[in-house]
Design a protein around this ligand. Sequence first.
Ligand code: 13P
Ligand code: SF4
Length: 324
Amino acid sequence: MFTTALAQRENTQLGELPLDLFAAIQSLKKELNAVILAHYYQEPDIQDIADFIGDSLQLAKAAEKTNADAIVFAGVHFMAETAKILNPDKLVLLPDLDAGCSLADSCPADEFAAFKAAHPNHLVVSYINCSADIKAMSDIICTSSNAVKIVQQIPKEQPIIFAPDRNLGRYVMEQTGRDLLLWQGSCIVHETFSEKKIVQLKIAHPEAEAIAHPECESSVLRHASFIGSTAALLKYCQSSPTKEFIVATEPGIIHQMQKLAPDKHFIPAPPMNNCACNECPFMRLNTLEKLYWAMKNRTPEITMSEDIRLAALRPMQRMLDMSV
Ligand code: 13P
Ligand code: SF4
C-alpha cells in the first residue's frame, strides 16, 4: 500500500483537535487557497464540507478546471493521483494515504505489462480505477459513466484490452456488442452484494426499483432497472417517479440521495454475509479529523515521477476529449 510511516505519524495527533472542526477546515481552506473534492462514498460530514461532490469523471473534470493552489481529495488514491496527473504544479493532499482500491490493486503493473505484450495488436482501454503505472500503459482511460461511449467510438475492427474491472468490461460488451479482452480484476465491495437478498427485498417491497453500479456482478445487474455510475444513479433517483429504491452500490451515496430526494426511501442492497462489507473499507479510511490534519500539516501529499505523469496524462486527455 501507500503508507509511509512518517506521513501517517505526521497525520495523527500532533496537537489537539479544534472544537469546531468545520470552522477550522474552512479557515485552512482559505489559508491554502484549497478546494475540497469528495466522492459520493465519503462519510456524510466530508460530503457536507466539500466544495464539490461527484463521480470519478466529474471529479477529474473538477480537478482539471480548478484555480485553487491545493486540491484536498476526499476519495481514494487513484482519484487523488488522477488530480495530480492533471495538475502537476498543485499540492494534492489525500487525508489517508492507505485509502487504496481493491480494483486498482487487482492489476499489478508488471503482470499487466506482460499481458499487454502478449497482445501487441490490442488497444488498451483502462477504467480510471487503476494506478498511474497502468494508466501510463493505456491508450484511453474511461470511467463508469463514459465506458460504453468511449468503446463505441473505437473502430469495430480494432481489438481491445479492457482493464482492470471484468464486471464493467462484461457490461460494456453487452451494451456495445464488442468482444473485449478482459483483465480479470474486480471490486470487493461491488462483488459482495447478494442476489438472493436483493430478490427477497424486491418481494418484500414490490413497488421498489433496484438500481446498480456496473461494477456489480451480472447476477445482480440482471435485477436492476437502471445501471449507471454513482452520479447517474443519483440523477435517476431524483427524476424517476418511483418512491423506493434498492441501491446496489456503496451506501455512502445514500446521504446525497436522501438530501436530493427527501420524500423517497433508499434501501442499501445487503452483502452476502451479515457484515458491513458493502461499505468501501478504503473510502471509509478518510475522516473529517484526518482531512483537518492533512490540511494543517500539508501532508500526505500525492507525488509521482514526471515520466509516469506524462505517460498517464495522454490517455486521460484522450478520455476527456472523447467525453465532451
Ligand atoms: P463512479 O465513477 O461511478 O463514482 O465509481 C467510482 C468507484 O470507485 C465505484 O466503486
Ligand atoms: Fe475501489 Fe471498490 Fe472502493 Fe470503488 S468501492 S474505491 S472500486 S474498492
